[in-house]
Ligand binder design. Structure first.
Ligand code: FEO
Ligand code: CA
Ligand code: CA
Length: 742
């Protein structure tokens, strides 16, 4: 739920609070060069060993995946491209089948009745939550043990990001649409809170038919009320002290879970994204805090004093579970043990969950930083080398990050006896870096550490210790002059060569003639600023987004230098090929606002999913299949802009344009949805995808008349009761039993 165009709840999804005056890349070029030279001369034995390891794995080869990984007689991207569509249905190529298997409200735990889908259902902590998002597969053997080879039984760990809302209330889940003014009724708030979080649900194949298992003992929900541990440097820190956890070691729940990840040891990672919008701050809070540094931090995370909460949950009563959404000083303690002034510091992390074991508490891995997290994706695990975790911060003008573990990968940890203990080993101790991209196709990872003078002496915020950096990562990245990006969404690692792909979904705040503090000039890594028309209305900035990819320098996962290019520019097929449609997309390929991005480790296909508001006059959101090349396979291109003080020339690196053999639209979703989440069985023959918020564009005033809903999916596809649209998981299979994408 991220679109930046025509979304009523935009303010909660696209916070733009980066007012740092980071130097532009050109002005820091000389500093960078001297630093890189030092790093280069220091790169030695470790780098050589890394390269040797890569060669031995047989992964670091070039060339198209088509022949390398496809089975005999099977051609990847052999399907017929799916046309753009405004139909209220899921469209896939001929020969493919779509089944709906798990939708909002489906009962998964004892005590939940069949879902009526008329707004009277309750007990959402025992049902599938709303807004299915990132998702991972965890295989189970026939006797219910974790299995990496099972293709007929497994668990899906599913993020439930948010809820469809207009004016405070989450209207489809209330019989009459809910109360759209404050205070909010507790009964409505209880439902809305419970449908956030994650679910773990067992699915099985019987014959050729997949279905979820209603009574599985593995089924589990985590909601914003579940007990969760703080792990890593921030554990026990003064900034984590709350009434709920005076020791600062726990927090309550996880919220706005968007992208996901899967660890090399088989646990689930879920990223907390637009959590800040759920909290309220009183209009007098700055003075009550004596304008101390917490005020700076709160502003940087999009909560200036007086900021209203998205749903008004804090108004539902005096009970602690409602009060906690008020992130204001209300108590008299010095440290916050009698109120929720620090509550937001417990949200914004990558959370690790053992999907196989519901008795294990989830842990927030604070070493990976706190921001609007999307996916968390590992470098290829190499024995004896550290693990990198790639991540992004999805707000306008935010940054790209990586974490590098101190522990070196031990292949024995691929099947650990305690998965959460393996998480403690690799995810609680390491180094955080932020990316800076230079105009010549190079870049660097800058360490976020108290040893970095730019952070230690930062005038914008007085960092106390490494935990302070983990909690206030955005401010640390400001301090070191990281590159502000066009909203980093998912990332993924190409299994073929280890290169890292990042969706940069769109950014309305790019302009050749910027105004105000939040608008930026186009730069090399975010080079487009143009106007796209939708229904006669101008959409400015980078409305269609792009996909950037990077290649680590010597040192592999631990490298501090990189090279990059733009793999793909989103655009309409008919748009100007010199300034906008730089990837020469055809009608079978054109897309806007890439968001979900996932390389199948089994077929090597890069699946690209959209969450768009710019091209939706002509097509619903979609998923495409790609077989990309590699960093540097294209050319440098110069974009020219008419700026106030003359021509502005921006050099960028454009990847080799895709062909009809290397990029094709595979799926188009129903009306008003986004396509997100992707995982598959290890034979590549069943692909699971999420359809999020179909019908989101429905007006709350039209709730009583299903004919006026902008979508009736999945009911119109034969799934479930009622006509209210529901987020849902689908499974895609091929009639001939082949692999998905062939
Ligand atoms: Fe929830 Fe940035 O997508
Ligand atoms: Ca358009
Ligand atoms: Ca997303």
């Amino acid at each position: 739920m991220t679109r930046s165009i025509e979304r009523p709840s935009d303010i909660f999804n696209n916070e733009d609070s980066n007012t740092s005056d980071n130097l532009h890349f050109d002005s820091v070029l000389s500093t960078r060069l001297s630093r890189r030279n030092i790093l280069r001369s220091g790169a030695s034995a470790a780098a050589t060993a890394m390269l040797g390891g890569a060669a031995l794995t047989g992964c670091a080869t070039d060339g198209a995946m088509t022949g390398a990984m496809a089975g005999s007689g099977e051609k990847m991207l052999g399907f017929s491209a799916v046309p753009k569509s405004l139909a209220d249905a899921v469209s896939v190529p001929p020969g493919y089948k779509v089944d709906i298997i798990y939708a909002l409200g489906d009962p998964i735990l004892p005590g939940a009745s069949a879902f009526k889908n008329d707004g009277t259902d309750a007990d959402f902590d025992k049902r599938a939550g709303d807004h299915h998002d990132g998702m991972e597969w965890f295989g189970l053997s026939a006797d219910g043990q974790p299995s990496r080879s099972s293709v007929e039984r497994g668990l899906l760990a599913v993020n439930h990001e948010a809820t469809t809302d207009e004016k405070l209330s989450s209207f489809f889940i209330h019989a009459n649409g809910g109360k759209t003014s404050l205070p909010r009724p507790a009964a409505e708030v209880d439902k809305e809170v419970a449908l956030h979080g994650i679910s773990v649900v067992e699915i099985r194949k019987t014959g050729t038919q997949w279905a979820y298992v209603k009574d599985s003992a593995f089924n589990r929900r985590l909601t914003p009320l579940s007990d969760i541990e703080i792990a890593g440097p921030a554990r026990g820190h003064a900034q984590l002290i709350t009434k709920y956890s005076p020791t600062g070691t726990k927090t309550r729940g996880t919220i706005n879970n968007c992208g996901t990840g899967i660890t090399p040891w088989g646990s689930f990672l879920t990223g907390e994204e637009n959590w800040a919008g759920y909290f309220n701050r009183s209009s007098l809070d700055d003075a009550i805090r004596d304008n101390d540094k917490s005020v700076t931090a709160l502003k940087r995370y999009g909560r200036p004093q007086g900021a209203p909460s998205r749903h008004g949950w804090e108004t539902a009563g005096v009970a602690d579970q409602y009060e906690r959404w008020n992130n204001s000083v209300t108590g008299t303690s010095k440290d916050g043990r009698d109120d929720y002034r620090n509550e937001m510091n417990g949200q914004g992390y990558v959370v690790e969950v053992d999907a196989y074991d519901k008795t294990k508490l989830a842990k927030k891995r604070s070493a990976l930083g706190r921001y609007a997290h999307e996916s968390a994706v590992f470098s290829r695990a190499m024995a004896g080398q550290p693990l990198a975790v790639y991540m992004g911060d999805d707000s306008r003008n935010e940054y790209i990050y990586k974490y590098v573990s101190n522990a070196k990968w031990d292949a024995a940890d691929a099947n650990p006896s305690h998965r959460m203990a393996a998480g403690d080993k690799y995810l609680d101790s390491g180094r955080m870096y932020v990316a800076k991209f230079n105009s010549n196709g190079t870049g660097e990872w800058i360490e976020l550490s108290m040893d970095n003078p730019a952070i230690k002496s930062f005038k914008g915020y007085a960092f106390a210790d490494q935990a302070d950096i983990c909690i206030n990562t955005r401010l640390a990245a400001d301090a070191v002059g990281a590159t502000k990006m066009d909203r980093p969404e998912w990332c993924s690692v190409n299994p073929k060569n280890g290169e890292v792909y990042y969706s940069l979904t769109n950014n309305s705040n790019r302009s050749a003639n910027p105004s105000g503090s939040s608008q930026l000039l186009p730069d090399s890594a975010n080079p487009r600023a143009y106007t796209d028309m939708k229904n006669g209305k101008a959409q400015n900035g980078n409305p269609n987004g792009h996909i950037l990819r990077l290649k680590e320098g010597s040192g592999g996962a631990a490298a501090t230098s990189l090279t990059w290019d733009v793999y793909l520019f989103g655009a309409e097929a008919g748009a100007d090929a010199r300034q906008i449609n730089l990837s020469n997309l055809t009608n079978d390929q054109d897309l806007s606002s890439p968001d979900g991005l996932w390389f199948s480790p089994h077929t090597g296909i890069c699946w690209i999913q959209t969450d768009d508001g710019a091209y939706t006059d002509q097509t619903n959101c979609m998923m495409l299949a790609a077989l990309p090349g590699q960093v540097g396979d294209g050319q440098q291109v110069t974009l020219n802009y008419a700026a106030a003080n003359g021509n502005l020339a921006v050099n960028t690196q454009v990847g080799k344009a895709p062909t009809s053999e290397t990029l094709k639209r595979f799926l188009v979703g129903p009306s008003g949805c986004e396509i997100t989440g992707a995982c598959e069985t290890p034979d590549g023959r069943a692909l699971f995808i999420n359809i999020q918020h179909p019908g989101e564009t429905t007006q709350q005033a039209n709730l009583a008349d299903p004919a006026k809903y902008t979508s009736q999916w999945p009911a119109n596809a034969g799934y479930g009761a009622g006509k209210r649209p529901r987020s849902a998981t689908i499974v895609i299979t091929k009639a001939d039993g082949g692999r998905i994408g062939s």
